[in-house]
Design a protein around this ligand. Structure first.
Ligand code: ISL
Ligand code: CA
Length: 555
């Protein structure tokens, strides 16, 4: 990871990330679970999209309490996905096609089934005791009153030693103690082990949470969002830890890193990614993903003013300047499908999916596309709780029903915000389960696979897939899309996003009508030539049709 940030050119600024949720991509052996051989079989398809970097959600050994974000062995492949030989073959096939592979590094916590934790819980003087946070209770209760992200408290009582251990997420995800230099060395060793295998980088899960406020103060009535900013994230030693990790491992390799985590705000984005920091190459800023949540978080969804989306990109762009870098994304395995959340997934699904892809591929930052977005996959309505799989939704349901919420209301909220929306099987064709598996899928396929699928898209001329390929090619052909200065040309408009990208290589104006409404709109540049649009050119250039997206080149 050479520290070539700022305006200097490098592959990870020009690349396009394609995210694969391994469980849901393609099942090669009929057990209902996507696997590594399945990914290998689809690499030609992935290559055909014009993307460059595959980001794979965790595939390590894991009891799957949180679908792999609970790792029990950092150097083993979960047998449901295949073997280490399959992995090596996959990596080779990826590289053969000129693609790269990012792995997900989950080192804020491990699984409670990791050997370290099994040892740690045995006794207070076990050599692994300090790999985790153990604290005594206070007057018959836990050490403090902090809420866990997936419900309940962050402290779990353990009988064996009569103490509590810390877990910001589920109780099967105990937090690793980064204060312990031995633990930090273990992580460096794991990173080097994978990099020596030849992978091309990491997405670092909740990296903003690895340093704790060790006094664990009592928090009064704070929401989860407030807990993130005040206590859980950006702890006192976080930068020291990330810098040490970089120094001892990443800096010796030409790989990329993208850091994820709540509360990485605009004010501190460059502390993580600034070119002289010796930390990360880029971040996934999450604030837009949380922007329409109410005080009760994810399952308290509200609506979002389009101006907020514009402001998010504008302000992050200004904040990072020429120093840091970000990835541009509108969904991932944690947040609803972008076309359902930011577009219109019924009347204008095709138009709005294309508009959102246009936005992703013309902003400043490395685009990250979640599998299925290239065909406009949508949220799913499964209707009853026994059909949902995600721990976060299941825990929410239990608590909500316990507090008196009706089943219908709880399901409604899960249908809007739950993470299973973005984890349904990839829709390859119109056969049973969308051609994802010949068996019974681990999570039901979205019934709309009957019409919405890759095969249909491949044969459609004006499909979303063809448009996506056109857009990736456009981005590749024009370096101004990677490096050009971004300027929001109309910050005040309630739903039209008009911006330019400009450098010595080119000058482009992008116009996006983020609305169901026909919108009269006068363009600011007159010497323009229309290059790409999600509609056939109309007679009236000064009127934007619903979800119309246009890219002009300016002379
Ligand atoms: O979705 C959230 C809360 O409802 C976020 O706070 C989310 O938990 C946060 O973005 C961290 O996500 C990552 O770490 C989690 C894992 O469940 C997610 O899948 C992962 O992306 C714990 O490892
Ligand atoms: Ca399988």
């Amino acid at each position: 990871m050479k520290q070539t940030h700022g305006s200097s050119e490098t592959w990870w600024k020009e690349g396009i990330i394609y995210q694969i949720y391994p469980q849901s991509f393609y099942d090669s052996n009929g057990d209902g679970i996507g696997d590594l051989q399945g990914i290998i079989q689809k690499l030609d398809y992935i290559k055909s999209l014009g993307v460059d970097i595959i980001w794979l959600n965790p595939i390590y050994d894991s009891p799957l309490d949180d679908n792999g974000y609970d790792i029990s062995d950092y150097r083993a492949i979960n047998p449901i996905y295949g073997t280490m030989d399959d992995f090596d073959e996959m990596l080779e096939e990826i590289h053969k096609r000129g693609l790269r592979l990012l792995m997900d590094l989950v080192v804020n916590h491990s699984s409670d089934e990791h050997d370290w934790f099994k040892e740690s819980r045995k006794s207070k003087d076990n050599p692994y005791r300090d790999y985790y946070y153990w604290r005594g209770g206070k007057s018959e209760g836990p050490p403090n009153n902090w809420p866990a992200v997936f419900g309940g408290t962050v402290w779990e009582y353990d009988n064996a030693t009569d103490e509590y251990y810390l877990h910001y997420f589920s109780k099967k995800q105990p937090d690793l103690n980064w204060e312990n230099p031995k633990l930090r060395q273990e992580i460096v060793d794991i990173i080097r082990w994978w990099l020596d295998k030849g992978i091309d980088g990491f997405r670092l899960d909740v990296i903003s949470m690895i340093s704790k406020h060790l006094d664990f103060p009592k928090a009064d009535g704070a929401t989860l969002g407030e807990m993130f900013t005040q206590y859980y994230c950006n702890g006192p030693r976080v930068h020291e830890f990330v810098q040490e990790m970089y120094e001892k491992s990443l800096k010796d390799y030409d790989v990329m890193t993208v850091g994820e985590g709540p509360a990485i705000t605009k004010e501190i984005g460059n502390d993580y990614t600034g070119q002289n920091r010796g930390e990360l190459n880029m971040i996934f800023p999450l604030d837009l993903m949380f922007a329409d949540w109410g005080p009760d978080g994810r399952f308290d969804p509200g609506s979002l003013d389009r101006r907020h989306i514009k402001r998010y990109f504008r302000e992050w762009n200004d904040a990072l300047g020429d120093d840091g870098w970000m990835s541009v994304f509108l969904d991932n395995h944690d947040f609803p499908r972008m076309v359902s959340r930011f577009g219109n997934d019924t009347t204008y699904r095709t138009e709005s999916a294309k508009l959102l892809l246009t936005m992703l591929l013309t902003l400043r930052g490395t685009p990250s596309i979640h599998y299925g977005s290239e065909i406009g996959m949508t949220n799913v309505k499964l209707g009853s709780i026994d059909r949902y799989k995600d721990i976060e939704s299941l825990n929410f349901y239990k608590v909500a029903i316990g507090k008196g919420m009706t089943d219908a209301e709880a399901i409604r909220r899960i249908e809007i915000s739950g993470r299973d929306n973005v984890r349904t099987p990839m829709q390859w064709n119109d056969s049973t389960h969308g051609g994802f598996t010949t068996g019974k899928p681990w999570l039901e396929s979205n019934p709309n696979h009957e019409s919405l699928n890759v095969e249909n898209e491949e044969s459609a001329n004006n499909g979303i897939l063809a448009f996506f390929r056109q857009m990736t090619a456009f981005r590749k052909a024009n370096k101004a899309m990677s490096y050009g200065v971004f300027t929001d040309l109309d910050p005040e408009h309630p739903h039209v996003f008009q911006y330019e990208r400009k450098d010595v290589n080119g000058w482009f104006v992008v116009v996006l009508n983020m609305s169901d409404k026909i919108t009269p709109y006068e363009l600011s540049e007159s010497k323009r030539q229309l290059l790409i649009s999600n509609y056939t050119p109309g007679s009236n250039a000064d009127e934007l049709r619903p979800w119309e997206a246009r890219i002009y080149s300016i002379s």
